[in-house]
Design a protein around this ligand. Structure first.
Ligand code: 6K6
Length: 140
């Protein structure tokens, strides 16, 4: 199973270490196509050295190749919102993980979407449990 993990980059990297932990957990069960999202050396100013058009085309190709998307949405990000909408367009299953204690309100366009599953969590164990169930449903 191939997973597209989405998390904020230019929207802010305050949750980058958390993304890394979630990605490590997902990798026990599936291939993660976007492991770099959890890379602490990737920050708002320094990417992988590719042009924006290259990244856009590459990431959309990966999204199309993926079986499902897991997005951490506590830090609002234009790119993550765009990726979620694109995943819905391609009929991918989408799990959005949101920590209400982040201090950010989740957009109604995600919270109210019938096409995504939103998991509100306050500790990482709950997020990992939601991921395990979501991946398990994909195997049925
Ligand atoms: C330049 C400097 C720092 O980062 C960059 C751009 N690099 C990116 N590399 C890979 N994926 C990216 C990059 N920028 C955005 N994305 C994709 O959009 C990822 O798959 C993330 O899930 C999402 C983050 O969007 P923003 O709007 O928070 O950047």
């Amino acid at each position: 199973m191939r997973v597209y993990f989405a998390g904020s980059i230019r929207g802010g990297r305050q949750d980058a270490a958390l993304y890394g932990e979630l990605i490590s957990f997902i990798k026990r069960y599936a291939e993660v196509l976007t492991e770099h999202v959890g890379d602490l050396s990737l920050n708002r100013d320094r990417g992988e050295g590719y042009s924006a058009s290259y990244i856009h085309a590459r990431d959309l190709d990966w999204l199309k190749e993926s079986d499902l998307m897991i997005a951490e949405v506590s830090t609002p990000s234009l790119g993550v919102g765009y990726e979620i909408a694109t995943a819905i367009h391609h009929h991918k299953r989408v799990l959005c993980l949101y920590n209400p204690k982040s201090g950010k309100k989740l957009s109604a366009m995600i919270a109210g979407s019938p096409d995504v599953e939103v998991c509100a969590y306050t500790d990482i164990g709950e997020a990992l449990g939601a991921i395990a169930s979501f991946l398990g449903e994909g195997e049925k």
